[in-house]
Design a protein around this ligand. Structure first.
Ligand SMILES: O=C(O)C(=O)C[C@]1(C(=O)O)C=C[C@@H](O)C=C1
Length: 274
């Protein structure tokens, strides 16, 4: 039976993204405690695929996921899911907002509600958890005037009450998830794809320009470019690029061949339906 891993426990945004990706097909959703557990599970074949958050419209990239894909794991991106994210502030039934002394959540969720928290709960202490649902579970298990930030479905799952339905500072709050697996998706010329790659560049004038040029001259539209520290020397970066087009297309193959020749350690993360 098909197994899809996600950041648990039950009730996270990741679970919702996993449900959307599975789209009613048969299979099992498995809650993992950490991103590494998802990556390890897929690499070892315990999971067929895993859903991981990759970027948020407010907070930007999820650095840990980019680092795991660039570095120790040879996994491929096989799909993407966009999820509209509404952070609800939830407490045990009867606890009023004014009395809340401590707020638990995933660091991304706390960051998405930074102004709200400063404005509404200036005296409260923030505590990071492994996920929003882990935070909700912790608040439900205690007896103190605590709150959690996360999806309303986590409130339902753990018997909490939603006190503020949308505490995120920007109402347009979308998280993009990637679905990772051990093998690349087979391409189909009839379908529209997006492709993601990561590479290092040499230290010379125009190095990045030369790479971008290979896409520009072939009319390939880049949808994201992001740099992350290469974690060697300060000033060494890895670049992550997403572009429209799949490896089945000849111009994409040509661009990638040229780019491979002028980058350091090009890794193709995969082509997936756009
Ligand atoms: O904690 C969760 O609910 C998650 O699924 C993780 C996560 C993330 O890492 O970005 C997913 C979506 C939201 O942006 C907040 C948290």
């Amino acid at each position: 039976m098909y197994r899809l891993g996600y950041l648990g426990p039950k009730g996270t945004f990741s679970e919702e993204a996993a449900i959307l990706y599975q789209n009613g097909k048969e299979g099992e959703l498995l809650a993992c405690s950490f991103l590494e557990e998802i990556f390890n599970g897929v690499a070892a074949g315990r999971l067929d695929e895993g859903v991981v958050p990759v970027e948020n419209s407010i907070e930007g990239s999820v650095g840990a996921v980019l680092d795991l894909l660039a570095g120790p794991y040879y996994l491929f991106v096989r799909g993407e899911v966009f999820l509209s994210v509404r952070q609800s502030l939830m407490t045990r039934p009867g606890v009023q907002l004014e009395r809340v002394k401590r707020v638990f959540s995933h660091p991304q969720a706390l960051a998405q509600c930074r102004s709200f928290l400063q404005r509404e709960l200036p005296g409260a202490q923030m505590t990071e958890c492994t996920s929003t649902a882990a935070a909700a579970r912790r608040v439900a298990a205690g007896s103190r005037p605590w709150a959690a930030l996360g999806p309303a479905r986590a409130a339902e799952e753990y018997g909490l009450e939603v006190v503020v339905p949308a505490a995120n500072d920007y109402q347009d709050n979308v998280t993009r998830f990637w679905v990772v697996g051990k093998e690349q998706l087979p391409g189909n010329l009839e379908k529209k794809y997006k492709t993601s790659i990561v590479f290092g560049v040499g230290d010379r004038p125009g190095a990045l320009y030369d790479i971008l040029r290979e896409f520009a001259v072939r009319g390939i539209n880049l949808t994201r470019i992001e740099s992350r520290p290469a974690k060697k020397n300060l000033g060494d970066y890895l670049f992550f690029i997403d572009f429209l087009g799949g490896q089945v297309q000849q111009e994409v193959q040509e661009a990638l061949r040229q780019v491979a020749a002028i980058t350091l350690g090009l890794k193709i993360l995969g082509s997936y339906p756009a």
